[in-house]
Write a protein that binds this ligand. Sequence first.
Ligand SMILES: C[S@@+](CC[C@H](N)C(=O)[O-])C[C@H]1O[C@@H](n2cnc3c(N)ncnc32)[C@H](O)[C@@H]1O
Ligand code: SF4
Length: 501
Amino acid sequence: MTNADHNTLKTHYYNYINQFDIDKYFLDEKFFNLFIDIIKLFSKSPWTTQEDIFTQFKITSKASLITINKIIRNCKLAQTLILKSGIGKKYWNTIIPFAKTVEKTLDNQYLFPQRIALFPGVSCMFYCGFCGRDQSQKYPMSILEDSKKTFDKLFSEIPSTSALSISGGLEPLTNSKIGEIITSAKNNNIKVPLITNGFSLSENFLKKTPGIWGLDSIRVSLYGVDKDSYQFITRVEKSYEIVKKNAITFLNLRNEINKDLKFGFNFIIIPENVNQLNGIISLIKEINDNVENGEGVNFLTLRDDYQSVTGNAESFDTNRKYKLDSKMDNTLRNKLIDKLKEFEKYKDTLCPNLYIDYGYSLEALSNNIFDKELIKVTHKNMRNFGFTQMSVAIDLYGDVFIFREAGFLNRSGNEKFIIGRIDQNKSLEQVIKEFLNKNEEIKYDYQDERFMDSFDHVITSLVNQAEKDRSFGISFHKGPVLDRCNAKDVKLGNSWYQDYN
Ligand SMILES: C[S@@+](CC[C@H](N)C(=O)[O-])C[C@H]1O[C@@H](n2cnc3c(N)ncnc32)[C@H](O)[C@@H]1O
Ligand code: SF4
């Protein structure tokens, strides 16, 4: 917070009290200091509860906190500082559209999910050590026809306020109807981002799958920066060469067929690859140099491992070639601060137009500020009814999963996360309403949090915070963040290539 910000906030604070006839008791400087402290705290810790604030700042009455919150809610600069200036910025970006509907989630009322992750993959050819899939499983090809019809029906039911993404589960491009699925979504005015490992994205595949050009964006998961590092993660010998070649082919065709389609890579930073950051930039430069007719790679997302597999008990997720065991620790994260500085410089030199999205917790590190790992909850704090109002995943069978890392075919232990199955006669609305009406809590066991990805952890933390604030008597609409209670204009970010407001 700059001195100028501080002065503007001061003017706002005292003017507000005088203008709106607030008790003169709040003119005491200690309340102005509290006003500033709350703004600072929320900008770095979006999960702070009202009770935390009450205790931490030794506030003596809830009514005082409610008044200070109101002054913050009504100050534009305070709102900007909270939502956009601190290390919590990425979290706030995700949270806001969901905070607006949190009351419905707390009351177990039906709402069409705001986010649907569709998992149409039949199988996968890679064996990534951090991925929760059961590597022995694949869907029968015989269901593709019916699945496509089920998805057609689903797309016709998705309201414009909800967002769809295609990912896995397994590898979405192993579904021979993927082009038709994308076209069907697009015909229903749905913007589609797709996540793939890029192995199948060959020239031949692209010729046979014109529907792919209807995507809004495509994010290829990058599993290394050269032959050995790629093979180490994927266990497939030619994976590096093939993905690199496919990226070049895709970009050249993209520039002819649909220039608006954004292409990017995702890279998961784990202890084994922290030294590969500059290698990503060299690889992207090499790819871009082979694109002759326009833009190259548009964006790069850098992510933490959300530990679906790593760090969990040996007895879980055993059906696999290998597991990655090591976890990022604080020493490594501290080192990452310097590495990211170097990386930024290298990127500015070789790929100045590349948009980098650091995701939740790397954002702080990239700004030279130490931050611990991703926000994560344990099985003790998972929501017993999920948060179907906000997010579900749906697989090729039409099974509806309340958490996204549960959506791997027959992943051991995932049955309890399936709340029903959609088909050509049964809508998503019916499945969710039946689940909510049954009113049967899902019971969680040790390390069940491995069935959640980073988004699920974030949303769980949000709902838990809202529950605590409500029971403390200062729910979101009496809290300090205006956008959390302003139910109108729910705008969902649905891409990786730009920041959403
Ligand atoms: C499960 S994959 C499915 C789609 C496709 N097979 C792929 O790899 O891109 C979806 C995304 O999750 C990422 N992912 C898998 N396990 C992860 C983990 N433990 N932490 C962070 N991201 C992970 C993958 O890299 C990929 O970008
Ligand atoms: S992360 Fe994707 S590519 Fe890797 S094993 Fe899992 S599904 Fe396959």
